[in-house]
Design a protein around this ligand. Structure first.
Ligand code: ZN
Length: 958
């Protein structure tokens, strides 16, 4: 009994224990089943809701690249790497290429059923070991599903669909069909979708012509196209001698070999060998093949128009996908090239073509002023340095680069020393504060075409590895004797003692870029939509250097937005007066100069200041409104390139009042900034696309307008009207669309930088706003300044406005027109009307800001006509006459300003009294030649002067 009891007790204890464990297990299992059930049910629901796929229409999906449409829905570009992409059939694809993909992406492809559990577990294990995802487990079938049917997002739901579709594809298609589809859709970098596109993109040949080494190179890209693409695009200045240059044709970018891609290619080859897809011998041959030398990037085709606009659309869409949908750059690029996006752009093809036609006509652009030395090299403006070498001075007829006898020497131990400041630049490249290497690059050169135009050829580098070069104490470069010993053929010597470098050891751009260059942007100010955009002339290709989006010195074209807008918005009026007389900077130096040589025009209204681009006035106003205010308004108008920090910044009068900025303003931002004045004071951020849909037409991006009020509609109208004066009768008359500037009026502003390097016209009509910039890629003077820009603006805009009904700028109700005197800025008196210059005119005012006081500048005084001084009671009455003068509110004394006399000084009231008629009323002691009454002297008036903002009679290029 006891025993039994004991046993029982033990049993029951044991039973208890077991049952607790059992219950626990049961609960866990149950929970697991329920969980699995729930998950299973959920997965089933997802699968049920998944749209059925139809593999027979697969190729219609494959055909869908992304498309860019114009504003009327017309296709302007199929977004793809080149125009040659076609679906290649399985039997046209080299077996090596198929094997390469299978070896690196999915070795069990021919045996699995769509997914590969073994690989999933292995991948998971690798991930756990590494603590982060390292290995992809997707089969080729899964990758195809992803390319065809799914978006990039990473969710369990998407994964379930992917697996489900993969099973389906495997049931409905043969392995070969799946591979064929996969190889035609896989993204292979540089915009290349599919192996055919990749074959052209990287090797400029048909896919069937690829050899084993090339096949492996292409297959290696898939995993991470931006990392393993064999091509890397660098800015020219970032290219070092350690880079292998593949294509140096572009003016700003150089395509070099991506060394990382070689290791990847070798891995692919190794895996092919391990899988017995290739023999040892084939493997060795392929490994040793100089794949770099095979790379020949295909030239991209463009449809009808230059790529400046579509490049901008593409980069804007990628940016929006990243910002709005949280995509990585890689994903965004993949969406753009692979996922059949429909991009509805803002471009108006009619306007774009007008613009491009104008840019093809070299007559629309000024010549250059080239100062050459006796050797034909072009000198800088001060003639102290060489801006551009004559191409044939740098490169001889055997295409060897020439280092003249005097530009080098050998030291005692036999190192070669290249002197600084000659035809080569020595630029240190730093890494962690240490000089990593010194780049030896060739200075820019020029050629002239048959039309005598100058073409700049960007200098590239001399290819010497970093370990062989260093600076000496004078910053010359020492090329070590070890290099010379190892490379005896690198520096050859001709009979004159010049050193020669063979073509393969240096680079200089083959493509010359014509000068001057130019950019123009046209925007519909009411919507912010970019209607046309050109970023250069006589350049071809894609990914061009886009001058429309790169900042340039704005010169005087900054004045309306940085000076007059804040002034008018803060209570100033168009009738306010500034005295255009000598002004001095903080060091007491006479500054600034006006463009009308060293002259000063005296009392002038703000309207005249804009109209005639008066520098002293802009500086004086900027001083009063404050630099911060200028910066504030520029920012409100979307200018992003103001430099506020650092030793050289824009927080000064030269930058804000005269446009001598550190970086400058891009033509695109300039157009949009003026657009805010054209659009009743509301800035709209310019946009290149309206919406983007996926291939089913679902909207995935909508480009909502970013808007921002800068000034009141009243202030905007007054500024517009002031700028209308520029075009009607000021520095910008060449921009007129009709003689009277009244049918479709133009308001705008010229801008010429002080050295005549940059010339602008920015202007608008009630329909469109546009900015033109003309200038050089190096600091060479233009033979003609803003006149050419204004002319080009009107050449284009006349055609753009053809057929549009006459329309004026609309005056807000709160703006009134008041008769004023333009010397005082106040209400006219009888005296004002006697000023023969016609200083009485109507001016617009925001209600409440109009003058209430009467003209106090015009005064009537009694003059002795024999002396032209103030009459005294002693002067004979026959000589005394009442005359009208101006009397400056703030007196000006030429004697205190180096004798400088402002142009209106002849009207200034005399301050001295007649001193020849003495108390006794005697006769004149010294007969004097009577001066003319200034108000009767036509020669003194401004109207007869021919005024141009451009310096004239400058030496022409030839
Ligand atoms: Zn007198």
């Amino acid at each position: 009994m006891t025993e039994n009891n004991e046993q029982k007790t033990r049993k029951s204890k044991k039973k208890k224990k077991i049952s607790i464990i059992r219950i626990l297990i049961l609960i866990i299992l149950l929970a697991g089943f329920i969980g699995a059930g729930v998950i299973g049910g959920w997965a089933f629901a997802i699968i049920k809701s998944a749209e059925p796929i139809n593999p027979s229409n697969m190729y219609s999906l494959l055909d869908e690249n992304s498309f860019i449409y114009d504003s009327k829905g017309k296709l302007i570009e199929k977004v793809e790497s080149d125009g040659l992409r076609t679906i290649v059939k399985y039997d046209k694809i080299p077996q090596n290429l198929i094997n390469a993909f299978i070896a690196i992406e999915d070795q069990d492809f021919f045996t699995h059923k769509g997914i590969n559990p073994k690989r999933i577990i292995k991948a998971l294990w690798e991930d756990i070991k590494a603590g982060a995802p390292v290995q992809g487990a997707s089969t080729i079938t899964q990758q195809l599903v992803k390319n065809l049917y799914l978006t990039n997002e990473k969710s369990i739901e998407r994964k379930i669909k992917e697996v489900y579709y993969a099973f389906q594809l495997e049931q409905k298609l043969t392995k070969e069909q799946i591979l064929e589809a996969y190889l035609n859709t896989v993204y292979l970098g540089s915009g290349a979708k599919g192996v055919q596109a990749a074959a052209y993109t990287y090797f400029s040949k048909d896919v069937s012509e690829l050899d084993l080494a090339e096949c492996a190179q292409i297959a290696g890209i898939t995993k991470n196209p931006s990392k393993y693409s064999p091509l890397k695009t660098l800015k020219k200045e970032d290219v070092t001698s350690n880079h292998f240059i593949i294509d140096d044709d572009d003016e700003t970018y150089t395509i070099v070999y991506n060394e990382k891609s070689k290791a990847r290619q070798e891995l692919v080859l190794k895996m092919m060998k391990n899988e017995n897809m290739i023999t040892e011998e084939e493997y060795n041959l392929a490994i040793n093949e100089d794949i770099k030398a095979n790379l020949k990037p295909g030239k991209k085709q463009v449809y009808g128009i230059s790529s400046f606009f579509t490049d901008k659309v593409k980069s804007d869409v990628i940016e929006a996908l990243m910002q709005e949908l949280g995509k990585t750059e890689e994903e965004a690029e993949d969406m753009l090239y692979n996922q059949g996006l429909r991009i509805y752009s803002t471009i108006d093809l009619r306007i774009q073509k007008i613009l491009e036609n104008a840019y093809e006509d070299s007559k629309n652009f000024p010549n250059l002023i080239a100062r050459k030395n006796s050797a034909g090299n072009i000198l800088s403006k001060n003639r102290r340095s060489i801006l551009l070498y004559k191409y044939t001075n740098l490169v001889n007829n055997k295409e060897q680069f020439v280092i003249p006898k005097g530009d080098y020497k050998y030291d005692q131990v036999g190192n070669l020393i290249l002197f600084k400041g000659r035809r080569l630049n020595f630029t240190p490249l730093y890494e962690n504060g240490q000089i990593k290497t010194i780049q030896i690059s060739i200075k820019d050169a020029y050629k002239q075409n048959s039309a005598k135009e100058i073409l700049i050829h960007k200098g590239g580098s001399i290819k010497i590895s970093s370990e062989y070069k260093k600076y000496d104490s004078k910053k010359n470069i020492i090329i070590s004797k070890e290099f010379l010993a190892k490379n005896p053929q690198f520096f050859l010597k001709d009979t004159n003692g010049n050193l020669l470098i063979a073509k393969e050891n240096y680079s200089i751009s083959n493509t010359g870029v014509v000068q001057p260059q130019s950019a123009m942007v046209i925007i519909d100010q009411h919507t912010g939509e970019i209607k046309a955009l050109v970023g250069g002339r006589e350049v071809k290709g894609r990914r061009l250097y886009n001058r429309a989006i790169n900042p340039r010195q704005p010169g005087s074209s900054i004045k309306p937005i940085a000076v007059y807008t804040p002034a008018i918005d803060n209570g100033w009026t168009a009738a306010d007066i500034i005295d255009d007389v000598p002004h001095y900077d903080r060091n007491g130096k006479l500054w600034p100069k006006n463009w009308y040589r060293d002259r000063f025009w005296g009392l002038s209204t703000l309207r005249e200041g804009v109209q005639w681009s008066m520098n002293v006035m802009a500086v004086k106003i900027a001083e009063q409104i404050g630099i911060e205010s200028s910066i504030d308004y520029l920012k409100k108008m979307g200018i992003t390139t103001i430099k506020e920090k650092g030793r050289y910044n824009d927080k000064n009068l030269a930058a804000m009042a005269l446009g001598g900025m550190t970086q400058g303003i891009s033509p695109l931002e300039m157009t949009a900034a003026y657009g805010s004045l054209a659009n009743d004071g509301i800035y709209i951020k310019p946009k290149s696309f309206i919406k983007v849909t996926d291939r089913e037409g679902n909207i995935i991006l909508e480009n909502k307008s970013y808007k921002n009020r800068v000034v009141s509609p009243e202030a905007a109208f007054i500024l517009t009207d002031m700028m209308k004066s520029v075009v009607t009768a000021g520095t910008g008359t060449y921009a007129k669309l009709d003689n009277t500037n009244s049918k479709i009026p133009v308001a705008g502003k010229t801008g010429t930088t002080s050295d005549n390097y940059d010339a602008w016209f920015v202007g608008y009509t009630p329909y469109y706003v546009g900015a033109v910039w003309i200038g050089n890629d190096v600091h060479m003077e233009l033979s003609s300044g803003s006149k050419m820009s204004a002319k080009l603006w009107s050449t284009v805009m006349k055609k753009v406005h053809e057929g549009l009904p006459p329309k004026n700028f609309i005056k807000p109700e709160n703006v009134i027109s008041v008769l004023i005197d333009t010397e005082s800025g106040k209400l006219p008196t009888d005296l004002s009307k006697r000023d023969p210059r016609g200083t009485v005119r109507y001016e617009y005012f925001i209600k409440g800001t109009e003058p209430k006081e009467f003209d106090d500048v015009h005064v009537e005084l009694e003059i002795d006509t024999s002396t032209n001084k103030l009459a005294t009671p002693n002067c004979p009455p026959t000589l005394v006459e009442k005359r009208v003068f101006i009397k400056r509110p703030i007196p000006y004394d030429p004697a205190q300003n180096n004798g400088i006399v402002p142009k209106d000084y002849i009207y200034e009231a005399p301050t001295e009294y007649c001193d020849i008629h003495k108390d006794n009323g005697n006769i004149i002691e010294f007969p004097s030649i009577p001066q003319n009454n200034p108000f009767e002297n036509e020669d003194a008036s401004l109207e007869n002067e021919t005024i141009t903002e451009d310096p004239t009679d400058v030496e022409d290029i030839n």
